[in-house]
Design a protein around this ligand. Sequence first.
Ligand code: GRF
Length: 208
Amino acid sequence: MKNIVILISGRGSNMEAIVRAGLPAKIAAVISNRADAAGLKYAAQSGLPTQVVDEREFSSREASDAALATAIDRHSPDLVALAGFMRVLGGEFVRRYSGRLVNIHPSLLPAFPGLHTHRRALQEGVKVHGCTVHFVTPQIDHGPIIAQAAVPVRVGDTEAILAARVLQQEHRIYPLALRWFIDDRLAVDNGVVRVSGADAIQALLADA
Ligand code: GRF
């Protein structure tokens, strides 16, 4: 059975969706860079090992990345899932977990990498918005795309309304993408992820 380590910084609703999905894998640990991350409570209540590695306690990015890697590697992870982990990771760290480090981003990448994606989507007047699960590479929010889900942008949407609509889809596609990884259905070919199996595209276009 594959081991998954989940990294969070706050609310942890994506982590919760992954746990609730009952994937055929072991959630080996939930690690946060903030001791007050609300998601830690849910993880602990679910009986999952939790740990805090706060980068502010280290003198350099290299030192905190190394401490984080040590905490992660204790669990021999096959997969490290960033779930609202609000910290930019160094190139060495990203390379160490190459091919087994994934993230969820609240936009249809490559549109709107970075922060405040919903606000920017509204400002640009895009008619379709969404979320992306992707492999992490040293270039932030740019790795090979595993799964996406689209939602309409409606007249009268506020940032909060749009965020909630996207978040619902995040909770649907993140566990799905992890399941594909667990089932060895993903292959990366020249930066493009191929998902084997006929259900892949259909699953992503449902109820957008
Ligand atoms: C999500 O929108 C995720 O896409 C982004 O940060 C938010 C985290 O939410 N990276 P949660 O902590 O999973 O509830």
